[in-house]
Design a protein around this ligand. Structure first.
Ligand code: NDP
Length: 265
């Protein structure tokens, strides 16, 4: 019998990640959502994702992905769990601490979306070691560890799922070696290029297992904090460099994730 599919989404508190959670939830998936701090889930607790079936649940976990590799050795993470009583679509919310991949026996990991990301505040020459480490840890190394953890779990879960498990990594056009160069983004772009190349090779390595690996490289996704909080000059340079590419919305990216999850099956 097929189990309830679970998606693990990082960067789930806002922007593109939140739109992905809303899309997946509306399609019936349960979500394990990762943000850097428990407080980041404030808006989510006030306005939880809409659920469409009884067995669905969602869980928010606070994992500071900048603390790689320390977080990979941690057994449990602070967070909250949304569940519904039988026959009800009203959430009950419990606070607690849970392992990252610990679900009820009726649920199985079907999808990983690595969406957490941080931008670069100043040109590479002015970034100190801790900023370089933060960008690399969040955008690339934590995503690699999550792919490894998820793929091991998916090797066991795949026989219980109605469609093959899937990993989607969110890179960026700034990591695409064929795209125009935007100065001031060397570290961010390099971390995203590394994620894209890792995804390509991992896809080939996992092909025989039936686990699918995809990578999306969005251009400008305008309505997110990542773009809103840029300095005016940086945002103007971004817009003029990538003006010929379509501006996308977080919901556009969420729909692309959903199409990839449903594709090739
Ligand atoms: P936002 O800045 O709106 O959201 C960033 C998300 O990443 C938040 O959920 C944030 O959690 C999480 N995050 C940041 N640092 C950490 C950390 N140390 N540990 C755990 N989680 C962390 O970003 P967007 O929605 O705009 O971008 C999402 C992804 O899409 C990113 O990977 C980005 O690089 C990529 N992208 C974005 C584009 C755009 O134009 N916006 C274009 C191309 C790619 P918290 O709330 O706890 O801080």
């Amino acid at each position: 019998m097929s189990k309830t599919p679970v998606a693990l989404i990082t960067g789930a508190t806002r922007g593109i990640g939140r739109a992905i959670v809303d899309k997946l939830s509306s399609e019936g998936l349960s979500c394990v959502m990762v943000g850097s701090r428990k407080e980041s889930f404030g808006p989510m607790k006030k306005s939880p994702p809409v659920i469409c079936r009884e067995s669905q649940w969602h869980r928010g976990l606070a994992i500071d992905l900048a603390q790689w590799p320390q977080w990979t050795h941690q057994d449990k993470f602070d967070g909250f769990h949304f569940s519904t009583a039988a026959g009800s679509h009203t959430y009950r919310c419990n606070d607690g601490a849970w392992p990252l991949l610990d679900f009820a026996p009726s649920s199985e990991l079907a999808l990983l979306v690595n969406c957490a990301g941080v931008t670069q505040a100043s040109p590479a020459l002015r970034c100190d070691a801790s900023e370089i480490q933060q960008i690399t840890n969040v955008n690339y190394l934590s995503a690699v560890s999550l792919c490894n953890m998820a793929a091991k779990r998916m090797l066991r879960s795949r026989k219980h799922l109605s469609r093959p498990p899937c990993i989607v990594n969110i890179s960026s056009i700034l990591g695409d070696p064929t795209a125009p160069v935007l100065t001031g983004t060397a570290l961010y772009g390099a971390s995203k290029a590394a994620l894209a190349q890792f995804s390509r090779t991992l896809a080939a390595e996992l092909a025989r297992t039936g686990i699918r690996v995809h990578c999306l490289s969005p251009s400008l996704v305008a309505q997110t904090d990542m773009v809103r909080t840029l300095e005016d000059t940086s945002r103007a340079r971004l817009q003029s460099t990538f003006g010929q590419f379509p501006v996308q919305s977080p919901q556009d990216i969420a729909s692309q994730v959903w199409e990839l999850y449903g594709s090739d099956v």
